[in-house]
Structures are given as C-alpha cells and as structure tokens.
Ligand binder design. Structure first.
Ligand code: MIG
Length: 644
C-alpha cells in the first residue's frame, strides 16, 4: 500500500516523482490539528523498531530520541544534537506490522520517537504537509517501495568511487602536488583531490586565484594524466562585489533572496557580506548552475557544494536581535544564530514571496539541483557532485557528505549507524569525512576508519585547517595504509556493480542487518551492516581493540585481507570473536553469494575491472561493466560471471 494524505496547502518539494494514490485519512496515525501545528501520533508496541531519518544522530533504531528536521551547520555535533545538515523525513516502523511514513514539508519538523519511554511517536509539523504512507511485509519492502517513488539515485563516474583526499588549507599547486606525490610514491591509491575555499580569489564563487593556481586548465589536465581529478568546492553565498560578473548578473536579474524591504538579503559568510541565490527560482537555478562552466571549461569534472543550509556567520539582523535577546530561548536558537536570520529573508516562488523559514530544508537540495541540471548539459560524461545540506529528492541530483564530524571514535560509530538510514532515504552516494574533520586523527583511528570507508560509496579523507596532517602517507608504517586502501580498489568491481544495480532497481546499497535477518541479535546490532547483496561488514570501531565480537546470523565466508591476498574460511552461525590487526580488514560473504575482486591499481583509470576472481561460496555474480563515465546506464551492461 502506498497512499498520500494532504494537509493544508503543502509546498511542492518534488521529492516524490511517481504518482501516489490520494486518500483522506491516514491508517496508522492520529492527527491533532492545533492552531499552529499538526501533531501526528502513533502507538508503538514494545518490540517495534523505528528506522529512518537519514542524516541523524543516535542509533539505526531511532527509538528513544528526539530529533528536529532543520538543516543546521553544527561542527560540534554529538548524539544530543537534534539537527544536522540534511532533513530526511522518512521513517519505517517495524515489528508485528511494517509501515512507513514520509512527512513531506520543507519546514521544521520535531520528532519525538518514544524519547522518554511513553511508547509513542509524536511528530509535530507545520499546518501544510503531505504525508505519504506505505505498508508492506517487511521494513525492507516498505523502504524499497519508498525508493521507487522518489526516483533513481544520482550515479557518479567510476573515479568518484576511488579514494579522495581533501583538507581545508591546500592553498596552492604545490600543496596539491605534494599530496599526489605523497600518495603515488608511497604506493597508496588515489583518484581525486579536493580544492577547498582557498583556491578561490577571496572566497568568491567561480573564481580561481591565479597566483596560487596558475594555468589551472593545464594543471588539471596534467593531473588527470596521472589519474587524479581536482574537485573544487562551491559555497552558497555570492560575495557582494560590483564588477564581478556573477554578482552583477544576479543583481540585474533579481536572482538573490530578499529581505523585508524587498532588497537583496545580506549576511556574512566566508567572502564577507554576501547575497544568497534564490534557488527556488528556476531561472536562478539555470544561471547559477551555468556558472560552473567557468570551471568545467578548465577541465573540472567534479564539485562539492558547501554552506548551503544556508550557513550564516552573522547578519545585521541577527546582530540586533542578539542585543535584544542575549540569552537564546529555544534549543534551536542555541544551536544556530542563523535561525533568527531564517525569518528575515524571502524567496520568490512563482511571483509569490515565501519566507525562508517555511521552506528552509529545501535550500541546499535546490542548489544541488541547480548544479546538477546544468553540469549534465555542460559535460559530456558523468560528473561527481556532493552537497552538505540536503532534502529527499536531492539524491537524484548528487550525493552528500555528512558534514563536520570530529576525529574521534564516536564519530566513526555514528558514520556506521548513519549509512543505512541515508540509504533508506535515497542517498546512496554518501559518506563521512574519513578520519574526522575537527581534531587530530590518530594513526589507529584513521586505519580503522579507512577500513570501514572502503565500503562506503564516497570514500574521502577530509580534515579542517589547523588540525594534524591527515593524509595517509603522513603517518608511520605506510604499508598498513597501502594495505587498507588497496582493498577498496580490489573491491571496486563489486562496489560499483552493487551501487549501480541498487540505483537502477530502487534498492539500498547499505542496509541494516535487520533488513534481511530477523533474529533478535540481527535486529538490534548497531555496528554490523549489509553492503550490497553479498557482503556483511563488522568494522572495528573501538579504541585500542585488537578485534571484536561478530554476530553471524548464518554460516558465512569470513574474508581476511592484509594487503597480500584474501584468506577465506567458512565460519558457523553464532557469535564469533575475531582478531583484526591494524593493517587488516575482515568482512563476510553471505551464504550462496560471491564477490568479484580484481587486481587493484593506483587509480581507477588503471583498473582492469574485467579481470576478476569470484570469492565466496556462491557460483555466479552479476557484474555491472561499462566505461565508468558514460551517461547511459543500462541493465544490458550487467554480465553474469560464473566460477570456473
Ligand atoms: O565554515 O570550506 O563542512 O568540509 O572544509 C567552514 C571550509 C566551511 C565547512 C565544510 C568543510 C570545509 C569548510 N567549510
């Protein structure tokens, strides 16, 4: 069953792209209509699990938490933070019955998911919301139905599945040369390097500082020869700079968000005072997206979009309000100064002024859409694009990273728990800053984190300015890093195939164990996941641990990789204690399944994906094989490989 009930006059988010039957009453929810809000209630039974919410804190099971959908730049988040960078309003309740609900509104939503043991879910939204309700035989079935109505995931090129290195603070060609050389001379694979805000001229979008990055076109081409792509950042705010073509055109055409008086809204971000493009206007999207041409013309094939919650450092308005109300009153205001600003600027939606606060959660998604739609026209091949802020629907246009985490073990655990929820909401191409953004990453943490990131579609080591150098080759014992990162490349035939197959069949790439195994242990485990159809991962995420306890819901093939080869052993169902050295990765292949592995390479351009061996006890594998860049994705590219 899939149906939708419309309350009030909800804003069209374009999250759902397939027709859904209209109904006038929800099956599983009681609705209370108050003067200002709608409150949806649903009783849980004792064993019900609540899955979903995409980019959120706490467990794979969201029970026992309070969450707020309100895209927020919070570089110091932890499990008590109610809001992160994206809002993904889909949940599945699973127990005796299995049903899902998508609360489709770009405004703020408060989720009380049995936060204090009342046995109830209470969801508070504004008065205008479309609720899509689904029902099925399992949490997995409900999720697949949901994925089928929100449209196919963005599919980046193969090189975007290679390893990426990033750091806020690479400020000139030499910094990037050092990274490329560091990886190549140490034999650690690498496919792309990010350029953070320092590549720009005074943080102005679509400019390049030509002193520090002279001849970017020739430079990008030379790096590409070495199998390395440059991936520059683009920020949401456009610097107020008369004479700058982007700014001038934005002003002339009325493409910026406006304030109470109807003039462009001003706030400070990296470049100083900026205006925010009004991505709610189709013409603005086209204009802004087309600006990426300034970089694609230089040979750039990948971008990351930042600060698009939008993040605001301060505005004159916030300044005044802060003076009037020095102590923040609500949880949200404590989190973000920007919250006050969100009530002070407007979008132009088909000629109507719409207060930003009401549509806040859609802003970043529309920036991604702006970039994606035009990049598709500007570039002959597939491109890489990932964003910080997002809303369901944006998964069709680009991937996401999970924002500013920290170099600590909690954030690694959170990364593990978040991945299946992101996949439930369509965001297949996703991942965290491997090694952590804030803080200094230890050798042990980086190796363990890489061992997990080997399985996430986006595998990027990124860290903040002023933190410890976090490139793999900066640490002692480079062979250990070689070993772990080389696994990623040997697994690429599998990772790429599983990703593309998931995208084209409305499936998940990473799933909770409890989506396919229904014993109590599998339903509750928080640190084991299914990756594609064949693999179960059980990463080591504890400091100082020499190994861990793994739950095997059935007999599986245990695969141990230490940089040399794959050692396979059939292991029985049940609990199992394993040792995992820092240079090793251990993973499991499900009974009757197999995994294609290739020889590996220093970059995807050199990878021979046709030369694979099947490991595991299955007999055949359906491998997706194409040139890694062509826009045409087709089931005809699936080749069935059989064991010899
Ligand atoms: O205010 O561009 O999340 O990845 O390195 C910080 C600098 C702005 C936040 C992003 C982070 C990036 C950083 N940015």
């Amino acid at each position: 069953m899939i149906k939708q009930v419309i309350f009030g006059d909800p804003f069209e988010t374009d999250a759902v792209v397939k027709p859904v039957e209209q109904a006038n009453k929800l099956t599983y929810w009681n609705v209370e209509d108050t003067a200002e809000k709608l409150i949806f209630r649903c009783k849980l039974s004792e064993k019900d699990i609540v899955y979903g919410l995409g980019e959120q804190v706490k467990g794979i099971n969201k029970r026992g938490g309070r969450y707020i959908s309100y895209n927020t730049d919070n570089p110091n988040h932890n499990d008590d933070s109610p809001s992160l960078y994206g809002s993904h309003n889909f949940i599945v309740v699973s127990g005796q019955q299995h049903f899902g609900a998508f609360f489709d509104t770009p405004g703020r939503i408060v989720w009380d998911i049995d936060a204090e043991g009342s046995g109830e879910i209470v969801i508070t939204t504004d008065k205008n919301v479309k609720v899509v309700e689904l029902e099925g035989d399992s949490a997995y079935a409900v999720t697949r139905d949901f994925l089928s109505i929100i449209g196919q995931s963005f599919i980046p090129p193969l090189w975007a599945f290679g390893f990426g290195q990033s750091r806020w603070g690479y400020k000139c060609r030499r910094d990037i040369d050092n990274v490329v050389e560091g990886y190549r001379t140490n034999g650690i694979p690498l496919d792309w390097v990010c350029m953070d805000i320092d590549y720009m001229d005074r943080f102005i979008d679509f400019t390049v500082n030509s002193k520090r990055f002279p001849e970017l076109k020739a430079y990008a081409a030379a790096l590409k020869e070495k199998g390395v792509r440059l991936v520059p950042i683009i920020d949401a705010g456009v610097k107020i700079e008369p004479g700058n073509a982007t700014y001038d055109e934005g002003i002339a055409k009325g493409y910026f968000c406006t304030n109470h008086e109807g003039t462009p809204f001003k706030a400070a971000v990296w470049p100083g005072m900026t205006h925010f493009p009004d991505f709610f206007q189709p013409d603005c999207r086209q204009w802004f997206g087309n600006e990426y041409r300034k970089l694609t013309e230089l040979g750039i094939e990948g971008f990351w979009n930042d600060m698009n919650e939008p993040a605001i450092f301060y505005s004159e308005y916030t300044g005044i309000l802060n003076a009037l109300t020095p102590a923040p009153s609500t949880e949200l205001e404590k989190e973000s100064n920007a919250y006050k600003d969100y009530r002070n600027f407007y979008h132009n939606v088909n000629g109507q002024r719409v207060l930003h606060e009401k549509v806040h959660n859609l802003y970043g998604a529309l920036m991604t859409r702006a970039a994606s739609e035009q990049l598709d026209k500007l570039l002959p091949n597939r491109f890489l694009l990932f964003s910080r802020a997002s809303y369901i629907g944006a998964h069709r246009y680009g991937g996401i990273w999970t924002g500013d985490n920290g170099s600590d073990w909690d954030h690694l655990a959170r990364n593990v728990r978040m991945m299946p929820s992101l996949n439930m909401c369509g965001f297949l191409y996703s991942g965290a800053d491997t090694g952590g953004f804030g803080g200094n990453c230890s050798r042990e943490l980086l190796l363990r984190w890489l061992a997990f990131s080997c399985f996430t579609p986006l595998m990027r080591n990124h860290t903040a300015i002023l933190t410890r150098r976090q490139e793999c080759y900066r640490y002692s014992g480079k062979e250990d890093f070689q070993s772990v990162v080389s696994l990623r490349y040997k697994l690429l035939p599998y990772i790429y195939s599983e990703f593309v197959k998931a995208a084209i069949t409305s499936d998940m790439y990473i799933k909770p164990l409890g989506f396919e195994y229904f014993d109590d242990r599998s339903l509750s485990v928080q640190d084991q996941l299914l990756v594609g159809e064949s693999i179960m991962v059980a990463p080591v995420i504890e400091k100082g641990a020499k190994g861990r306890t793994v739950w095997l819901p059935e007999e599986m093939t245990e695969v141990r990789y230490d940089g040399n080869g794959f050692v396979c052993e059939t292991v029985p169902k049940g609990e199992r204690k394993i040792k995992v050295a820092l240079n090793e990765v251990v993973f499991y292949i499900r009974k009757g399944k197999c995994v294609p592995v290739c020889k590996g390479a220093q970059c995807t351009d050199e990878l021979d994906m046709s030369d694979v061996v099947l490991i595991g006890d299955g007999k055949e594998y359906r491998c997706y094989i194409d040139d890694g860049i062509t826009k045409e994705i087709s089931e005809n590219n699936i080749v069935t490989l059989r064991k010899r």
